[in-house]
Design a binder for this molecule. Structure first.
Ligand SMILES: NC(=O)N[C@@H](CC(=O)O)C(=O)O
Ligand SMILES: [Zn+2]
Ligand SMILES: [Zn+2]
Length: 388
């Protein structure tokens, strides 16, 4: 193949970002997102590889469905998509899914994301199998009996609005159980979207004991708290909920000291009609792929909370190592998955310009700096921002 010269003066050139937690919605919820629109949103945001969560319709709980996701994403030709299989059949928490079969077809891990795994017995068995298969369990930690119908963090805002709250212990009680099971089984246990201070402390202790645990945090939990909620409230509704400033500070500290390994968007598109139902009825989740980098660069790096280098590591080499990928770095001879960023570019968040079908974001109108302008996957330019 002929060499291609790309001029990127005044820009930074980094390894393509890797997001270990994305919802693509296909099969079954194509009105929210398709594999193609989600993978295109990814490259627009500078992500060259994304791992897709299995909470589709049907749930990705069998080998053929892993193949379906891989085939569809190859046809789409944007970001590489690595499917995560369900832990339990239909994510119903009753019976283990076909973990062996899914791994054989290319599942990179297992998760019942969207809900917690209630049965300690099933979780332990799943961990034992994942350990043998050499893939991680990605855990959405939530004790549904403690969530108890809550819609936002059980704190000041929930009181003020008179809506049911989700307490932090709904997350960290299940997390504490899982850390013990992970220690017993030796599995690689990955914590999805950590949101509370107590969770960070439990993980810090577990890491110090040598438990094989990694952790992701979302951009929104690093930037927002319950105090930021305003109309329309449903745009601030996600699981786990935005918590307190004390929690947010603990997440930033955790990221800084390495307790938290990586940043994942938990890109969760929903239709405007669904999000228009109001705080109590709307589904949980917000989109994240297209604004993650500028959001974090503007609100963390520019405020000297973390360094640019640490931000890039948390979006490249760290997620690559979770999934056992040789990606996430630029080296002679390595696959050219590359993102070019204009650190000077300032632009406001305009969901009407998203290529994702999901326009659900609490960051509408935020003025952000540091936008990806070109994304290269396998040596091919798959996204290029047009010069104005
Ligand atoms: N994060 C969310 O609020 N929603 C996710 C599920 C999940 O990640 O738990 C979704 O699938 O919409
Ligand atoms: Zn989740
Ligand atoms: Zn999720």
């Amino acid at each position: 193949m002929e060499d291609q010269i790309v001029y990127a003066s005044g820009k930074i050139v980094v390894p393509g970002f890797i997001d270990v937690h994305v919802h693509l919605r296909e099969p079954g919820y194509e009105e929210k997102e398709t594999i193609k629109t989600g993978a295109k949103a990814a490259v627009k945001g500078g992500f060259t590889t994304i791992a897709s969560m299995p909470n589709t319709k049907p749930v990705i709980d069998q080998a053929e469905l892993i193949t379906y996701v891989l085939t569809k994403s190859e046809q789409a030709g944007f970001a590489k998509v690595l499917p995560i299989g369900a832990i339990t059949k239909k994510q119903e928490g009753q019976e283990l899914a076909d973990l062996f079969g899914m791994k054989e077809k290319g599942a990179v891990g297992f998760s019942d994301d969207g809900r917690g795994v209630k049965s300690s017995g099933l979780m332990k068995q799943a961990m034992e199998i994942a350990k043998t298969l050499g893939v991680p369990i990605l855990a959405h930690c939530e004790d549904i009996d403690l969530t108890n119908g809550g819609v936002i963090h059980d704190g000041r805002k929930a009181n003020e609005l008179g809506v049911p709250g989700i307490p932090a212990e709904a997350e960290y009680i299940q997390l504490a159980r899982d850390l013990i099971l992970a220690e017993i089984t030796g599995v690689h246990y990955h914590v999805c979207h950590v949101s509370s201070k107590r969770s960070v402390e439990l993980i810090r202790e577990a890491k110090a004991r040598g438990v094989n645990v990694t952790v992701e945090v979302t951009p929104h939990h690093l930037v927002l708290t319950e105090d930021d909620l305003k109309e329309p409230y449903s745009q601030f509704k996600m699981n786990p909920p935005l918590r307190t400033e004390e929690d947010r500070q603990a997440l930033i500290k955790g990221l800084k000291d390495g307790t938290i390994d990586m940043i994942a968007t938990d890109h969760a598109p929903h239709t405007e009609q669904e999000k228009g139902k109001g705080l109590l009825e709307a589904p949980f989740g917000i989109v994240g792929l297209e604004i993650a980098f500028p959001l974090l660069f503007t609100n963390l790096v520019k405020h000297h909370l973390i360094s640019l280098e640490q931000l890039i590591d948390s979006l490249t080499i760290k997620p690559a190592s979770l999934l056992g990928l040789t990606l996430g770095k630029i080296e002679k001879g390595s696959i050219a998955d590359i993102t070019v960023i204009d650190l000077e570019k300032i632009q406001s968040v305009d969901p009407t310009q998203f290529v994702s079908k999901g326009k659900n974001t609490p960051f509408f109108g935020w003025k952000l700096q540091g936008w990806p302008v070109m994304t290269i996957v396998n040596g091919k330019i798959v996204w290029e921002e047009k010069e104005e």
